[in-house]
Design a protein around this ligand. Structure first.
Ligand SMILES: [Zn+2]
Length: 513
């Protein structure tokens, strides 16, 4: 049994952070009955933030390698008021791991050499074989730092300082990893995709094995799980902010998916047929071939004729949420005091269809905390991309500026820049406040909300670049919205120290109120 993990019930889930701090009677009860380690009696009297909320930062192995474990922890603790490390432990993606991404300016610390050629990704901890017996995905060790086990290297130093450590785990792969081809999703035209099927038994066994390995092998505080993938309908429509629209690549139609569909009573052939017709409609829309009844009506008609299109999209969500539930159970099986959080991706903010497909309250039943992405600087560019994408298919008849204004009403965004200036202006700190409050209201006290704060997330050359003022305002706005803490994102290796200072100042000031 591990020590030092406050159990879910002992955390201030039902109250706002501030109310929790002021509720000294509840604190006294928790202190005597619950394992509230980290909430020292002294800290309670002083109402210090470092022991009340989770004020975290996402950071990858390379930063500790480049700058030294203690030196980095010193900076995070003293300048950023950070009390929790979200240590990138598994991913093949550069959003969480590696130095600054190619083509972007380096921040004011760390190595200035690009790791474009040496970056590999994978598991930055030791892979303990016995946890991966039921999966073909066995060779996932990250290779760029030799035999370094980043969890083993950081954990004791962080603990010594009273800092918590969570392992961040992300569903991002590279095609040359052994087993990836065998687990790949199959698209509408029978091609293998780069993504892994969430109904594939080896994939399920991998995620369970990985979190079991990390939680059993190290005295960590828990897991933050990332899966930013969308279902086939949103992908086909281009209803996201990053992607190129290619509706012929809608996934997944592999044998495991088909089996799951049959269990749900979904007609596989009808679903395929529906997605083929959707592909034709999207392709024609992108060419500007307007149906006689208009774009929206034609899409809506297709959904009415083929409800299997929606059902197949829901099936993807089912798989994704089953994986989340399995991760939660696997972690809690090791120790119920370990905490599990899920990263809630940016499209959850921009896209009303995505919002409708899940509920915060339901997500809260399988998480101790949700990291809700509320990145405002890069949010302008991303939201503009989202409007451009949906404005090229289903809403092609609507002038983009009006489409955005309408969407703003649906999303409860206010006073944001017009579409033409959105990328250069970014979204406001008020956006951070609104998205935090929506999440707080949505989970109804059933889990903690830790908004992801944008510190130097890369954007295109002419788009908004965050400043210390932005970092300060966004962090403050999250607390004003009722956040139980924050997670500075995406990774330390792309953040300027001046931004970290500003976020730290906001964390300290919020705690004094
Ligand atoms: Zn599949």
């Amino acid at each position: 049994m591990k020590k030092g993990h406050p159990s879910k019930n002992a955390l201030p889930t039902a109250n706002s952070r501030r109310n929790f701090l002021k509720n000294s009677a509840a604190l006294a009860t928790l202190a005597t009955t619950g394992p509230l380690t980290g909430f020292s009696p002294l800290a309670m009297v002083e109402q210090k933030p470092a022991s009340s909320g989770i004020n975290g930062i996402q950071i990858g192995a390379v930063s500790f390698v480049d700058e030294g474990v203690d030196a980095v922890l010193d900076i995070l603790q003293k300048r950023g008021s950070i009390n929790t490390i979200f240590l990138t432990t598994f991913t093949y993606g550069r959003g969480l791991a590696g130095r600054q991404i190619p083509g972007q300016p380096f921040p004011d610390h760390g190595s200035k050499d690009s790791d474009e050629k040496t970056f590999h990704g994978g598991n930055y901890a030791t892979v303990h074989r016995e946890f991966y017996k039921n999966t073909i995905l066995q060779n996932t060790r990250a290779t760029e730092h030799g035999n370094l086990d980043i969890v083993a290297a950081v954990l004791p130093a962080a603990k010594k300082r009273g800092m918590k450590v969570f392992c961040s785990v992300e569903d991002q792969w590279r095609p040359d990893v052994p087993g990836v081809k065998e687990c790949a999703e199959i698209d509408l035209q029978g091609r293998k995709a780069d993504t892994l099927c969430l109904f594939h038994p080896d994939v399920r066994a991998f995620w369970k094995g990985l979190v079991n390995d990390l939680c059993s092998s190290y005295d960590i505080d828990g897991i933050l799980f990332f899966n930013e993938r969308n279902g086939p309908l949103l992908n086909a429509l281009g209803a996201s902010h990053f992607q190129q629209i290619d509706s012929s690549r809608a996934t997944c139609f592999c044998e495991h998916h088909q089996r799951a569909a049959k269990q749900q009573g979904i007609n596989v052939e009808r679903a395929k047929e529906g997605y083929q017709k959707l592909d034709q409609l999207v392709t024609a829309s992108l060419r500007g071939e307007r149906p006689s009844d208009g774009y929206y009506v034609e899409f809506q008609r297709l959904f009415l004729h083929y409800p299997e299109i929606i059902a197949w999209d829901r099936l993807f969500d089912l798989g994704k949420h089953e994986v989340l539930a399995e991760v939660y159970t696997a972690v809690k099986t090791v120790s119920k005091n370990l905490q599990v959080g899920f990263h809630i991706e940016h499209v959850n903010s921009f896209n009303p269809f995505f919002r409708a497909a899940r509920s915060y309250e339901e997500l809260a039943t399988k998480a101790d905390f949700l990291k809700v992405v509320a990145y405002n600087n890069c949010g302008g560019e991303r939201y503009a991309n989202f409007i451009k994408n949906i404005g090229s298919t289903i809403f092609r008849d609507v002038p983009p500026e009006e489409l955005m204004r309408f969407n703003n009403y649906l999303l409860n965004y206010a006073n944001e820049a017009p579409l033409s200036e959105l990328a250069t202006e970014g979204l406001s700190a008020d956006y951070v406040f609104r998205e935090t409050k929506r999440a707080i209201d949505g989970v109804k006290g059933k889990c903690l909300i830790l908004p992801g704060i944008d510190l130097g997330i890369p954007t295109k050359a002419n788009s908004r670049k965050g400043s210390p003022g932005d970092a300060y305002a966004a962090t403050l706005a999250a607390f004003k919205g009722g956040a139980h803490g924050v997670i500075l994102s995406r990774k330390y290796s792309e953040m300027d120290l001046a931004d970290l200072d500003a976020a730290g100042r906001a964390i300290r000031e919020s705690a004094k109120e």
